[in-house]
Design a binder for this molecule. Structure first.
Ligand SMILES: [Zn+2]
Length: 240
């Protein structure tokens, strides 16, 4: 195969290599994974926050229970004194009755408070169950996407290896002087070291080529470099 055609083939492979290295295909997936990771983190924080609130609420409920028990004990004593009272003065009885009534009110208040807090604990517990469920769902989705990402990444890597192998085979078919010019030019233009003579201009830099050089390029006895951009300049006959 002609060296010029080999150069063009190699350039196509370079472009493919360039694209694969960018891994554009993986970007939406990486973004999705990053977002999911962030959402999981937030949900886990929310869950541990709920945990703290529940513990705090349980502590308060225990306190209310303790207070209620103490009040019940006191009211029991007061009632015994009230109903078993023998010969106390009317004033004493009235005061005792008032204090029993007051304690009854306090107990009723404590019970309402207890119910409120217990309901809140139920609600928070339900919320925590839901949060944990949603964390599990997100983790499942994350793992599925991570697997897809790894497979795709692996596929890209192996595509890249095969492109590099093809490049190597083409380079092995180059004459030594062509290979050395190619290597030099690729240092400056890693993905497009080869330009075409299109009409009178270089396809790499769009600057017109002197007519003497155009003729030589078309003769293709040796490789020519564009004076303006420095790319390898070759001529391809129009395909019929
Ligand atoms: Zn040029």
């Amino acid at each position: 195969m002609k060296q010029e055609n080999l150069l063009l083939q190699l350039q196509e492979l370079l472009a493919e290599e360039h694209l694969l290295n960018k891994k554009q295909e993986l970007r939406p997936l990486i973004k999705k994974l990053t977002n999911l990771h962030e959402e999981i983190k937030q949900a886990e924080e929310q869950s541990s926050d709920l945990e703290k609130q529940i513990t705090e609420m349980q502590r308060k409920v225990a306190k209310v229970e303790e207070q209620t028990a103490a009040l019940n004990e006191k009211i029991e004593e007061a009632r015994e004194r009230l109903y078993g009272a023998q010969g106390g003065s009317l004033k004493e009885l009235l005061s005792l009755q008032q204090s029993v009534q007051k304690m009854e009110e306090e107990i009723a208040k404590a019970e309402t408070l207890y119910l409120e807090k217990a309901n809140l604990i139920d609600e928070l517990t339900q919320l925590r169950v839901e949060t944990k469920e949603s964390i599990n769902n997100m983790k499942r989705a994350y793992n599925i996407d991570l697997k897809i990402y790894k497979e795709k990444n692996h596929q890209l890597e192996s595509d890249l290896v095969s492109i590099l192998e093809k490049q190597k085979k083409i380079k092995e078919m180059f004459k030594p002087e062509v290979l050395s010019i190619y290597i030099e030019t690729t240092k400056r233009f890693p993905s497009n070291p080869v330009a075409l003579l299109k009409g009178q201009i270089c396809s790499g830099c769009n600057i017109s080529i002197p007519s003497v050089l155009q003729v030589r390029i078309k003769e293709a006895k040796k490789l020519h470099i564009c004076d303006s951009c420095g790319r390898i300049l070759i001529y391809q006959k129009e395909k019929l």
